[in-house]
Design a protein around this ligand. Structure first.
Ligand code: NCD
Length: 307
């Protein structure tokens, strides 16, 4: 049985196949509308989410399947003290596949070890968020036409931002990738990614503090929210929350074909005036997220459409 706990659980070839499948789903949605008939997806969300949970649910409904689940720890038996291991054993009796989001790093991995159905990590603490990465890769591949030879600026909270950690893990496997890490000193990329992933794979990167210094040379600018819920102290959050605000003035410095991505939700790090810029790809990214999750569900359940 297959799970998706980290982007590295898929080889580059499997990832390419999954993105091809997602593209076919986008182009011929009717072919897939009954592919999961009679199957159930459980969404076990111990932490708030709008896009990820609804996107999983929309994905399963588009495939003709059904969904069940909970959207906060408070509304589940976790509030009575039930462990993740017990919950997954129960859910394995109700559903065919599950997506789990949890504030504790590694919780979906614990679940997978006790589960008799595929477990998808829908975000674990500040650690990983592999399905956001699939979304980001499909967005880049569809709009840029390639996943290699790219200069990618990652901007904002690189310390707690799990989307950034997963994206780096996935992209270092492609040729000619260079990262520009743009963050305040306090929110720099942790060593378990910078040293163990970037340096170990011989990936070119630079760390800088000012967005204006980097924006003129990027193919992709990946903006992130400062992750308030992961801070130990509110004062530090308040001091750092407005470190970067992408606005029309900064966009004027950027290349004409640079794309702006953001996993969303945005707080104020992208000014709404940027939304109308042709280079803003963050709302398109949301739509790609549904197609990749449909492709992932089919892949993990080993299902093919009838036609
Ligand atoms: C991200 C997450 O949950 O890590 N959101 C999402 O899933 N699209 C990013 C964030 O919350 O800032």
């Amino acid at each position: 049985m297959r799970h998706l706990l980290s982007p590295l659980d898929l080889s580059v070839e499997e990832l390419d196949n999954l993105l091809d499948l997602a593209t076919d789903i986008k182009d011929y949605p009717d072919k897939y509308k009954d592919a999961c008939k009679g199957k159930k997806l459980a969404t076990l969300f111990y932490e708030p989410s709008t896009r990820t949970r609804l996107s999983f649910e929309a994905a399963m409904l588009n495939l003709g399947g059904n969904v069940l689940g909970f959207s906060s720890a408070a509304s589940s038996s976790a509030s009575k003290g039930e462990s993740v291991s017990d919950t997954i054993r129960i859910v394995s009796c109700y559903a065919d596949i599950c997506a789990m989001r949890h504030p504790k790093e590694g919780a979906p991995m614990v679940a997978a070890s006790k589960s008799s159905i595929p477990v998808i990590n829908a975000g674990d603490g500040g650690h990983q968020h592999p399905t956001q990465t699939l979304t980001d890769l499909m967005t880049i591949r569809s709009l840029k036409g390639r996943l290699s030879n790219l200069v990618i600026g990652l901007c904002g909270d690189l310390k707690f931002g799990r989307t950034v950690h997963s994206l780096i893990n996935a992209l270092v496997r492609y040729e000619g990738i260079k990262f520009v890490l743009i963050s305040p000193n306090e929110l720099r990329l942790p060593d378990y990614i910078r040293v163990d992933v970037l340096e170990k794979n011989g990936i070119e990167y630079e760390e800088i503090e000012h967005l204006e210094d980097a924006i003129t040379n990027l193919d992709i600018l990946y903006m992130t929210r400062v992750q308030r819920e992961r801070f130990f102290n509110e004062e530090e959050y308040i001091r750092l929350k407005d470190s970067y605000i992408l606005n029309a003035k900064k966009m004027a410095l950027a290349p004409k074909d640079m794309l702006v991505l953001h996993p969303l939700p945005r707080v104020n790090e992208i000014s709404v005036e940027v939304d109308d810029d042709d280079r803003a790809a963050y709302f398109k990214q949301v739509q790609f997220g549904v197609y990749v999750r449909m492709a992932l569900i089919l892949t993990l359940l080993d299902l093919k459409p009838d036609k």
